[in-house]
Design a protein around this ligand. Structure first.
Ligand code: C2E
Ligand code: MG
Ligand code: MG
Length: 559
C-alpha cells in the first residue's frame, strides 16, 4: 500500500459501513482498488488488512473474469450497486458479492458462504446495498452527497505529516434564473449535466460531491499543492464555458471555484471549509466564472466586511445614515429636481459608499427598513423645495418586492403632504428580473397613484427591450458608462442617440447620468436629451445646502 494511502485510512471508515452483525465480511477499496480498510472478520478470512499492500484483485481474483470486472467498473463509474456471483476457484463454492460505490472507491460486502437461503439473503443484501447507496448519494446527479462529504473530511482531517488534501467548493453562476425562467425540470437537467461535466475532468484521487442546490465540492488527495488543485480548479471552470442545451435552448451557466488546501489553510473540517468558502466568495467577487485559492489577505478583507455588516444592523438607530441630493437639470442649466442618494458615515471607518453597504443591507434583510427611511427623508426635504421640483428615490429589489409598496408610498406622501407627481422612483432592470407578473401590477398601481417611474442605469444590465415594451416607465436614465467618453467615442454616441430615439418613440423621457463636461451638455442638448445629471451640474449635497445652491445657480449659470 502506498504511503499516503496508509495515512488516509488512519481512522477506520469500516465502522460507518458496518451493520448490525459484527462478523460480516466487508472490505473497502480506493479508486485504484487498493484495500483501504476491512472488517475484522474479513481480515481474518483473507489474511489482509490495510497495512498490507493488497488490492481488490488479490482478495477476489475471481473478479478479474471479464464479466465480473466489467461489473465492478460499472459500479465504480455509475455508482449503482451490483450483486455479483463468483465461484471459488478451488472449491467451486459460490459466493455472492455486493459491490457498491463509496466516497473514494468501492466497497464489497460478501454474503454468507454457506447460505441455505441464498435467494432471500441476496435479496436483503441487495436492499441493504441499495439503502446504503441512497443514503450516501444524491438522487438527482448520482454524485456522493453532503453526508459522504462530511464523513470523508472527518475521516481524513487532520491530515498527517506530509500529506495534503485540497478542498474545492464549486458554485454555479446564474443558475437561479434558469429555474425561474425555464422551470425546475430544466434546472434539474442542467444540474445533471453539470455533475457530468465535473465528473469528466476528475482523475485519480479526485472525488466530487453535490452539497446542495447548485453547490458542489471536490476533494483531491494529491501532494503537489496548491499546483494540482489549481490545475483542477481551472479545468473545472473551463468545462463550464460551453453552453448547456436544455429543451433546445442554449444557456450559459458558469462555475466559480474556491480552493483551500489542508493542512496550510486549515486542518480541521470547519476551518478548511471556511477557507474554501472565503476563496469561493473572492472568486464570485472577482467577476465569477473563475477559480481562486485561499489566501490570508482574503480573510482580512472578509473580516472588514463582517465588521461593517455587524455595524450596519444598528446604523439606522444610531443615526449614522444621511441623504444627499444631486440636482437634475433640464438642458442647459435649469434645475427641475434632485435625486436622493443615501450615505453612511461609520463612526470609525468614515464615509462608506452605497455600492458597498447597500448589497450588504439587502442580503441581511435590512434594506426595506432603511429604504423606507430614505423615502420619508426625501419626501420631507422635497416638501420644502419650490413646488415644481421633483425628488427621485432609488428602490432596491428588497423594497420593490416587499408586499404593500404602493400603500407605503401612498401613506408616506400623505403624511408628508407631497403631491404624488413630485415623486420619482428609480429602479434598475435587476429589480424586475424576479417575479414578473406582480412587478407589472406594482408598477401599474404606482402609476395610477401618479408617481413617476424611472429605469435607472439603462445599458448596463440586460437592456431588455421587452421591459421597455411591457413596463410603464416615464423616464430612462442612460448609465454614465456611455456618457463619460461621449465626446470622443463614436460608439457611445451611436448608443446614446439610439436610446434617446427609442425612449422618445415609446413616449418616455431620457436622463443622462454622469455629465462631467460642458461639451457633453452641448452634445446631449443637441440630440434632444431631456434631463442631465452629473458633477458638472452639481454634486450630491446635504439637504441643508440646497437653498444656497439654488440661490447661487440662479445668479450665475454654473461657472
Ligand atoms: P445611481 O442611482 O445611478 O446614482 C448615481 C450615482 O452616480 C451616484 O453614486 C452619484 O453620486 C454618481 N454620480 C453622479 N454624478 C456623477 C458624475 O458626474 N460622475 C460620476 N462618475 N458619478 C456621478 P452613489 O451616490 O455612489 O450611489 C451609487 C448607487 O447606489 C446609486 O446609483 C444607487 O443605485 C444606489 N443608491 C444610492 N442611494 C440609494 C438609496 O437610497 N436606495 C437604494 N436602493 N439605492 C441607492
Ligand atoms: Mg438612481
Ligand atoms: Mg444610475
Amino acid at each position: 500500500m502506498r504511503d499516503d494511502d496508509k495515512t488516509l485510512s488512519a481512522s477506520s471508515s469500516v465502522e460507518r459501513y458496518s451493520f448490525s452483525q459484527k462478523d460480516e465480511l466487508i472490505s473497502l477499496y480506493d479508486e485504484s482498488f487498493h484495500l483501504i480498510d476491512c472488517s475484522p472478520r474479513h481480515s481474518k478470512t483473507y489474511f489482509v488488512d490495510s497495512l498490507v499492500d493488497a488490492t481488490l484483485w488479490h482478495v477476489y481474483p475471481e473478479l478479474l473474469a471479464p464479466k465480473a470486472k466489467a461489473a465492478v467498473e460499472f459500479v465504480f463509474a455509475n455508482g449503482v450497486p451490483r450483486n455479483i456471483e463468483i465461484a471459488d476457484a478451488t472449491t467451486a463454492e459460490r459466493r455472492s458479492l455486493l459491490i457498491f460505490r463509496t466516497a473514494r472507491g468501492i466497497g464489497v460486502i460478501e454474503a454468507e458462504r454457506h447460505s441455505v437461503r441464498r435467494q432471500a439473503s441476496n435479496q436483503s443484501d441487495n436492499d441493504r446495498a441499495l439503502l446504503l447507496h441512497q443514503a450516501t448519494h444524491d438522487v438527482l446527479t448520482g454524485l456522493a452527497n453532503r453526508r459522504q462529504f462530511s464523513d470523508q473530511l472527518r475521516d481524513t482531517l487532520p491530515v498527517p505529516l506530509g500529506a495534503k488534501l485540497a478542498l474545492m467548493q464549486i458554485d454555479l453562476d446564474d443558475f437561479k434564473p434558469i429555474n425561474d425562467t425555464l422551470g425546475h425540470g430544466a434546472g434539474d437537467t442542467v444540474l445533471k449535466m453539470a455533475a457530468e461535466r465535473i465528473r469528466s475532468v476528475l482523475g485519480e484521487r479526485e472525488l466530487a460531491y453535490r452539497l446542495a442546490g447548485d453547490e458542489f465540492a471536490v476533494i483531491q488527495w494529491k501532494v503537489d499543492q496548491p499546483r494540482e488543485a489549481e490545475r483542477l480548479a481551472d479545468a473545472l471552470v473551463d468545462v463550464f464555458k460551453e453552453p448547456f442545451t436544455v429543451e433546445g435552448i442554449n444557456v450559459f451557466v458558469g462555475a466559480s471555484v474556491g480552493v483551500a488546501v489542508a493542512p496550510g489553510d486549515g486542518n480541521e473540517i470547519e476551518q478548511l471549509m471556511k477557507a474554501a468558502d472565503i476563496a469561493l466568495y473572492a472568486a464570485k467577487k472577482d467577476g465569477r466564472g473563475r477559480a481562486r485559492t485561499f489566501s490570508r489577505s482574503m480573510l482580512i478583507v472578509l473580516e472588514q466586511r463582517e465588521m461593517l455588516r455587524r455595524s450596519l444592523r444598528t446604523a439606522l438607530q444610531d443615526g449614522q445614515f444621511f441623504v444627499e441630493y444631486q440636482p437634475l437639470v433640464r438642458p442647459p442649466f435649469s434645475i427641475v429636481g434632485f435625486e436622493a442618494l443615501l450615505r453612511w458615515r461609520h463612526p470609525l471607518v468614515g464615509l462608506i459608499p452605497p455600492s458597498v453597504f447597500i448589497p450588504m443591507a439587502e442580503s441581511d434583510g435590512l434594506m426595506s427598513e432603511i429604504g423606507q427611511w430614505v423615502l420619508e427623508q426625501a419626501c420631507r426635504a422635497a416638501a420644502t423645495w419650490p413646488a415644481h421640483f421633483t425628488v427621485a428615490v432609488n428602490l432596491s429589489s428588497a423594497e420593490f418586492l416587499r408586499e404593500g409598496l404602493t400603500d407605503r408610498v401612498a401613506q408616506t406622501l400623505d403624511a408628508v403632504g407631497l403631491r404624488a407627481d413630485r415623486l420619482e422612483l428609480e429602479i434598475t432592470e435587476s429589480v424586475l428580473l424576479e417575479r414578473t407578473t406582480n412587478n407589472l401590477d406594482t408598477l401599474n398601481t404606482l402609476n395610477v397613484l401618479g408617481v413617476q417611474i424611472s429605469l435607472d442605469d439603462f445599458g448596463t444590465y440586460y437592456s431588455s427591450l421587452s421591459y421597455l415594451k411591457n413596463f410603464p416607465f416615464d423616464t430612462i436614465k442612460i448609465d454614465k458608462y456611455f456618457i463619460k467618453d461621449l465626446e470622443s467615442d463614436e460608439k457611445s454616441q451611436t448608443i446614446v442617440r439610439f436610446i434617446i430615439a427609442l425612449a422618445h418613440g415609446l413616449g418616455m423621457r431620457v436622463t443622462a447620468e454622469g455629465v462631467e463636461t460642458r461639451g457633453q451638455i452641448t452634445w446631449l442638448q443637441k440630440e434632444g436629451c431631456d434631463q442631465l445629471q452629473g458633477y458638472f451640474l452639481g454634486v450630491p449635497m446635504p439637504a441643508g445646502a440646497i437653498e444656497e445652491f439654488l440661490r447661487q445657480s440662479s445668479s450665475f449659470e454654473f461657472r
